[in-house]
Write a protein that binds this ligand. Structure first.
Ligand code: NAD
Length: 260
């Protein structure tokens, strides 16, 4: 039974080991910082080597544990190596946040097979590979685990032009989430997804192509554009014991954009 003195414990990750992909920037960086502040050791995984090293150094400066790993999440061998490195360095893996993605845009009729395949390889195959390798390690450890996939509101509603390949990959992430949750529940591994709306990040709201902006640049009902910490807070909750009865679900954090 939860008493008022247990409340902070719902977000406590002391002794946990977390991998956050795309942690050199934006929501991944904010999530890595929140996890470290909550007591976790954090693997800062990103293809941006200098960025990942800088975030890991910032976390270590707070007294928390962090390891930068340079990885392209679409590369199967690199993901296997990342998982091995994590277990070797921290002794296990408790939490995976599948956050890295490409957010470039292209209109449907300009979308080449090469572009389509690259988007799916990063945004859908990447999370699948990370999830599969983390699940194997978590099941072998026998102490459960948590996986949070970062999808997008575009997975459920067309929010702007030029996102056909991207939104399709993110819809795949929501299906990946539900199916993985079903298969991994017997090992005590929870799998959920967060669906951010427009969030001010280096890759998110900055220039990502030449497609004219659509509805997404309108202000959401809550009257402001999101910041990375809005999403990191939701991910932190899903990673903690407060969410221990939640799996296979998708959570929108968009300032009310989808209802506007
Ligand atoms: N910002 C938004 O408005 C918004 C909205 C909905 C969903 N999202 C999703 O949220 C997540 C984080 O977005 P953000 O805006 O913080 O992004 P960002 O561009 O600021 O950061 C993404 C990070 O992922 C890394 N990355 C990209 N491709 C990679 C690869 N192949 N392998 C390893 N690392 C790679 C980049 O180097 C970067 O550090 C993404 O999944 C994105 O699709 C963002």
């Amino acid at each position: 039974m939860t008493t008022p003195t247990d409340i902070a414990g719902l977000l406590d990750l002391t002794g946990k080991v977390a991998i956050v992909t795309g942690a050199a920037s934006g929501m991944g960086r904010a999530t890595a910082g929140y996890f470290a502040a909550a007591g976790a050791g954090v693997v800062v995984a990103d293809m941006n080597e200098a960025g990942a090293e800088a975030v890991a150094a910032d976390i270590r400066a707070t007294g928390a544990k962090a390891l930068a790993v340079t990885v392209d999440i679409s590369d199967e061998a690199a993901i296997v190596r990342m998982m091995e490195k994590t277990v070797a360095e921290f002794g296990g893996i408790d939490i995976l946040v599948n956050n890295a993605a490409t957010q470039h845009r292209a209109l449907l009729e300009d979308t080449t097979v090469e572009y389509w395949d690259r988007v799916q390889a990063i945004n859908l195959r990447g999370p699948f590979l990370c999830l599969r390798e983390a699940a194997k390690a978590m099941r072998a450890q026998g102490r459960g685990g948590v996986i949070v996939n970062v999808a997008s509101t575009s997975a459920v509603h067309p929010v702007m032009r030029g996102l056909t390949a991207y939104a399709s990959s993110k819809a795949g992430v929501t299906a990946l989430t539900r199916n993985a949750a079903l298969e991994l529940a017997d090992a005590g591994i929870r799998v959920n997804a967060v669906l951010p709306g427009g969030v001010m990040t280096e890759g998110g709201m900055s220039s990502r192509g030449t497609v004219p902006e659509g509805r997404a640049i309108q202000m959401p009902p809550l009257g402001r554009i999101g910041v990375p910490e809005d999403i990191a807070a939701l991910i932190l909750f899903l990673a903690g014991t407060g969410a221990s009865y939640i799996t296979g679900q998708t959570f929108v954090a968009d300032g009310g954009f989808l209802i506007g």
